[in-house]
Design a binder for this molecule. Structure first.
Ligand code: ZN
Length: 99
């Protein structure tokens, strides 16, 4: 019984953290409830994809994540870039400084 209450509490906390990070709170809430400590640790370590730096693909110009090894559009192999583009979250913050 205490274990179930603990699982629910971890589920709620994990869901709240996930929602604050802008990811799926329902999915993370379930993970947090099933794996109480691991789920919470997972969501705390989880990085928002929009926070990652981006760079243009030399083949087609598509904006890829900085850690991508292959362009997802044209398949060009991507070396570690000399040029990085700010994350979409940073770009949004710059466009709307108040938020
Ligand atoms: Zn490409």
């Amino acid at each position: 019984m205490i274990y179930l209450a603990l699982c629910s509490a971890f589920g709620v906390v994990t869901a709240l953290v996930a929602r604050a990070k802008g990811t799926s709170w329902l999915m993370w809430g379930l993970i947090g409830a099933v794996f109480p400590v691991l789920g919470l640790a997972g969501v705390l370590l989880f990085r928002r994809e929009t926070e990652e730096l981006r760079r243009p693909c030399p083949g087609c110009g598509r904006l890829c994540m900085i850690y991508d090894a292959l362009c997802t559009r044209c398949g060009t192999e991507l070396n570690f870039p000399e040029l990085a583009i700010e994350s979409s979250a940073d770009a949004a913050r710059r466009a709307h400084p108040a938020t």
